[in-house]
Design a protein around this ligand. Structure first.
Ligand SMILES: Nc1nc2c(c(=O)[nH]1)N[C@H]1C(S)=C(S)[C@@H](COP(=O)(O)O)O[C@H]1N2
Ligand SMILES: [Mo]
Length: 219
């Protein structure tokens, strides 16, 4: 953080947290290299496509993102208002529950923290439910959604995210299995309860930490 900044600078509380965590020193929150590949995963160089089989075609001009629930500022973003939010770049790894991992994906988009700054979740919010244009849903704890390297992505490797990978806009939460990273993002509900999304209702783990091998629910 710049030492010359006055105490009452316009840095938001979120950005102060980033600075405290040294985000701008490292640019990412990597696990130690020894621990980089989670148990039971193997590396791939390609980028497989996985979804329910219906890939919606949403142009940027048609795309909208609705923010509902426990927020002070319920908002509907369109492409222009979303692009007007601060834009961030992040490099992170993908870990899919079907055992492939892909290192060093370069993403660009809006960090979840900048989104949180814009919509202001209330103290009662503890989880988010993501809803996509194909009807897919997935749940993420707010504490996982708000990590510094979670990004609402519009670009991969410098190019607009392709339709098959969730373009125009998808979520990327790199420290959880990739089913949590909803493609074709349409709606985010801030909730006081961690409800199960599509795969979570169908036997996948509620949280999905790859390093703890939280693949499937216990029961
Ligand atoms: N909207 C939507 N998002 C989704 C899915 C889906 O079916 N619909 N599948 C999830 C699963 S199971 C995986 S592994 C990843 C795959 O993303 P990719 O096709 O870009 O590799 O998307 C996740 N996000
Ligand atoms: Mo998956």
């Amino acid at each position: 953080m710049d030492d010359n900044l006055p105490q009452d600078s316009k840095l938001t509380s979120t950005k102060r947290k980033w600075a405290d965590e040294g985000k701008f020193l490292t640019g990412r929150h990597a696990r130690p290299d020894t621990d980089r590949l989670p148990p039971g995963q193997h590396l791939v160089k390609n980028w497989p496509v996985l979804d329910l089989g219906q890939q919606p075609s949403i142009s940027p001009s048609q795309w909208k993102l609705d923010i509902y629930g426990l927020v002070n500022k319920p908002t509907t973003f369109n492409w222009d208002s979303f692009q007007a939010l601060p834009q961030s770049e992040m490099r992170s790894d993908i870990h899919c529950v079907t055992t492939w991992s892909r290192y060093d994906n370069d993403w660009k988009g809006v960090s979840t923290r900048d989104l949180l700054d814009a919509v202001e979740p209330t103290d009662k919010a503890t989880a988010v439910m993501l809803t996509a244009y194909d009807g897919y849903t997935t749940n993420v704890l707010l504490s996982d959604f708000a990590v510094p390297d979670a990004l609402i992505v519009t670009h991969w490797e410098g190019k607009p995210l392709t339709e098959e990978h969730g373009g125009p806009v998808r979520l990327v939460v790199p420290h959880l299995y990739f089913w949590k990273s909803a493609k074709w993002l349409k709606r985010i509900d801030f909730l006081g309860i961690d409800n199960a999304g599509f795969w979570e209702k169908n036997g996948y783990h509620m949280r999905g930490d790859p390093w703890a091998e939280e693949r499937y629910s216990e029961d």
